[in-house]
Ligand binder design. Sequence first.
Ligand code: AKG
Ligand code: FE2
Length: 220
Amino acid sequence: MNSLLPRPRSSPAPGAVHVPGWLDPDRQRELVAACREWARGPVPMRHTRLPRGGVMSVQTVCVGWHWRPYAYSRDASDVNGARVAEFPGWLGELGRAAVAEAYQDPAAAAAYAPDTALVNFYDGAATMGMHQDKDERSGDPVVSLSIGDTCVFRFGNTETRTRPYTDVELESGDLFVFGGPSRYAFHGVPRVRPGTGDPATGLASGRLNLTLRVTGLPGP
Ligand SMILES: O=C(O)CCC(=O)C(=O)O
Ligand SMILES: [Fe+2]
């Protein structure tokens, strides 16, 4: 938080809600510690390789289900063949609390059962191009949690990867939920602002983002 006045919550599109400063400092520290463990394994955090030969600038580790472009599996055959870490119960609770906060809808929150989390780490130069989250077989909302350096999060429309879009500054502790008519909106991260995070989170530099999702795939 680098502003004098609290940042207001906003809704850049129907079904998309930004809640600034939702995670308190203790929660942020706990999440950084958990992400650090997941980054070690059983499937280590890596730069995801794209089918056409490119490599993503962010580093990613998954929990619950392993994502590779463009499908989910339990085993990370594109990394080391290991089965991904279990999706912990507390992370599901956090997801339900996030949906309750964003939509102020207890029934929608109670029904929300995320079974995967993608953990992305951005160094100062990493970006993410405009894309849709569409490898899930469920239209349930995506819950996004940010820790560390501030980024520009570009939230667009469901039709094109271009305008109209809204640029939102996601700071450490911010919650962003997109569901309903915005579930398949294009979005991306054109810029991270190095040095804006507070090292007290446990993250000396860079940005962490967790997206909780419902894969719609059969469990265990
Ligand atoms: O880092 C972010 O804020 C967005 C991440 C994202 O869009 C994704 O993992 O699909
Ligand atoms: Fe995404």
